[in-house]
Design a protein around this ligand. Structure first.
Ligand code: COA
Length: 280
């Protein structure tokens, strides 16, 4: 049950319900606030290890991903800004060549996050730039504080996004806006990110955690089986054409009638009872 230990990625477990034993929400914090939680090799390895653990851990039903808030500054110094993640750690690009980068960026932790079969929510407070925007785009749902900023500034380094933004960002905001973000590297404030479909909700910073945890609790109390199948079906919309996608949905919808949770859910509704899921 214990999550993998790491100096740069912390995982806290929160019960989904105070009354019922229905499992946990894992809250993963990328913890390098002095470097705006930039994704170095240690963070990526730890993130991948948490995803592997999460997949195996039946009782952990929802993953929330966030970044650590800034530390108090030393006397007389300016505080560092709030960040979800300010991108890949640029210092690790110095002197790196094609083979090193190919190895580091193929099958990386952002893909592991994307591939998780369980629901994932990005809780964004501050900069979500480059790899940070991509970590957020790899989650199923994004909720941001109103002081957050999104962007793909890799163009300013003579680069393009490398953790999937050219694909996943495009699916969220559309072809024109994705081009604009990738080509200009401009920052997109939270309200605009909301308007263009990049984030689901924008709230005041002091409401962020409760908004996300309430959503995670609501999601976590549903049937894990139905959540897993629903996630697979929505994801199919990204890879399949409409006709094949609808056929796929019909097939897995029918399959669900062999599941225990379907019988429990329907029985509970018609008998005015509360569903107690098997979560298988
Ligand atoms: N990689 C490595 N270190 C990073 C980083 C990154 N992506 N983003 C920020 N940092 C570090 C800074 O070097 C600085 O470290 P230091 O205090 O030890 O010198 C610290 O985080 C704070 O950042 P700083 O730039 O001083 O904060 P700021 O408020 O002046 O600016 C940003 C904030 C986000 C605008 C700026 O840090 C930035 O542009 N970061 C890079 C964003 C980026 O290009 N991401 C894509 C990478 S592929």
């Amino acid at each position: 049950m214990n999550p993998p230990e790491s100096d740069v990625v912390n995982v806290e477990l929160h019960p989904i319900s105070e009354e019922d034993d229905v499992g946990y929400i894992a809250c993963l914090t990328i913890d390098r606030p002095d470097k705006l939680n930039a994704l170095n090799a240690d963070v990526m390895a730890s993130l991948k290890a948490v995803c592997a653990w999460m997949e195996e851990e039946e009782n952990v039903r929802v993953l929330v991903v966030t970044g650590a808030p800034p530390n108090a500054p030393p006397e007389g110094k300016r505080a560092k800004p709030y960040a979800f993640v300010a991108g890949a750690d640029i210092t690790e690009f110095v002197g790196a060549g094609r083979e090193t980068i190919r190895e580091r960026f193929t099958d990386n932790a952002v893909e592991a996050l994307w591939d998780l079969s369980k629901p994932t929510i990005a809780m964004v407070d501050g900069f979500a730039l480059g790899g940070g925007c991509e970590v957020a785009c790899s989650c199923d749902i994004r909720v941001a504080s109103d002081r957050s900023t999104f962007g793909t500034p890799e163009i300013n380094l003579g680069l393009i996004p490398g953790y999937g933004a050219t694909q996943r960002l495009e699916r969220l905001v559309g072809y024109g806006k994705a081009h604009e973000m990738v080509m200009t590297g401009d920052m997109v404030p939270a309200e605009e990110a909301h308007r263009i479909g990049l984030v689901n909700h924008v709230v005041a910073p002091e409401e962020l955690k409760s908004t996300v945890m309430n959503m995670a609790r609501r999601i976590g109390s549903k049937s894990s089986h139905a959540l897993r199948v629903g996630k697979r079906a929505v994801r199919a919309a990204l890879d399949e054409g409409l006709t094949d996608g609808v056929a796929y949905e019909a097939e897995i919808f029918a399959e669900m009638f062999d599941s225990e949770d379907q019988k429990i859910g329907v029985h509970a509704f018609v008998n005015r009872e509360k569903a107690v899921w098997k979560h298988r």
